[in-house]
Design a protein around this ligand. Structure first.
Ligand code: ZN
Length: 304
């Protein structure tokens, strides 16, 4: 692999990695002032594999292929490519995942879990618009109903503020204030423990970006466990193969990073472009020509 590994310099064992399109093996990469550079802080939830569930819609074989370093290298490769990408050198540094505040959960019957942010109990699913049930094909993951029923809605939403609330809180506490100018990307298991229940709503996307103008509440989420499970749930298709899962993972990660660069919209009338409502990084401007070539909206793979 063409990447560098250097201590970040604060003694915490952080690692730089970046794709060097023209480099050779064992080539150490350092930022070049002559190229566009994108700096990412990447946090992966601890023990993420423990959240892979059981049942007809889970897909442990595909999830086993998840690898943060490989995903980031593929994304960096995509962005750095002068023909398919935007000629951006992506450098990334790993940091520790910090769960949002939450006390241990006791279900009162001997079951429980040590942290509110980690879901280790029964995974409930709800058919769209119907009574929640255990999962089979064609249903939607919603929330930790067991915990919600136990503590009541008010207490539940204190722990898991709705939508943007919990997302922004998670970004705020995970962002390293020393990494100024870095974009934040979080790999977390699935959204199911913190999303809404009780009404019909789309399956919460397995990847999303929060493009708040407040820097510390701006960042991207990718939920690899959920992504590995989504095809039977969302599209009534067969579970992804490991190779398919990785393609979607890499591409979704690249897509959400594009939102951090370009804004939160999808242009309805121009193939491959995002709306570019805001440009967040002045040192990393993507031209409209580059954007149409990259096709960050319609492509289905980062490596093709
Ligand atoms: Zn998008």
């Amino acid at each position: 692999m063409r990447h560098s590994e250097n201590d970040y310099g604060n003694g915490s064992g952080k690692v730089w990695r970046g794709w060097d399109a023209a480099g050779t093996n064992a080539h150490h990469v350092s930022p070049s002032i002559s190229r566009k550079a994108l700096f990412m802080q990447v946090n992966t939830q601890d023990y993420i594999a423990d959240d892979v569930g059981t049942g007809g819609a889970t897909n442990p074989q595909a999830f086993a292929a998840f690898n943060t370093a490989e995903a980031m290298q593929k994304v960096a490769q995509f962005y750095s490519d002068p023909a398919r990408g935007a000629g951006i050198d992506l450098y990334w540094v790993t940091s520790f995942f910090i769960p949002w505040p939450g006390s241990p959960i006791d279900y009162g019957n001997g079951d429980g879990r040590p942290s509110a942010y980690r879901y280790e109990g029964l995974m409930n699913y709800a058919a769209q618009g119907q009574i929640p049930t255990d999962v089979t094909g064609g249903t939607l993951i919603t929330a930790d109903l067991k915990y919600l029923r136990l503590v009541g809605a008010n207490n539940y939403w204190q722990v898991f503020p709705r939508r943007e609330g919990v997302l922004k809180r998670c970004l705020r506490i995970n962002r390293d204030p020393l990494l100024r100018g870095f974009c934040l990307l979080l790999f977390m298991s699935r959204k199911s423990t913190v999303t809404e229940i009780g009404n019909v709503h789309p399956f919460f996307p397995a990847a999303l970006a929060v493009t708040d103008s407040r820097r510390d509440e701006n960042g991207a989420f990718v939920f690899p466990v959920q992504m590995s499970e989504e095809n039977p749930i969302l599209y009534s298709g067969a579970p992804y193969s490991p190779a398919q899962f990785k393609e979607y993972l890499w591409w979704s990660t690249a897509h959400e990073i594009a939102h951090l660069l370009l804004g939160d919209g999808h242009s309805p009338d121009n193939t491959g472009t995002l709306m570019s409502t805001r440009v967040f990084l002045s040192n990393c401007v993507v031209s409209s020509e580059e954007l149409s070539r990259m096709d960050v909206k319609n492509r289905i793979g980062a490596t093709r």
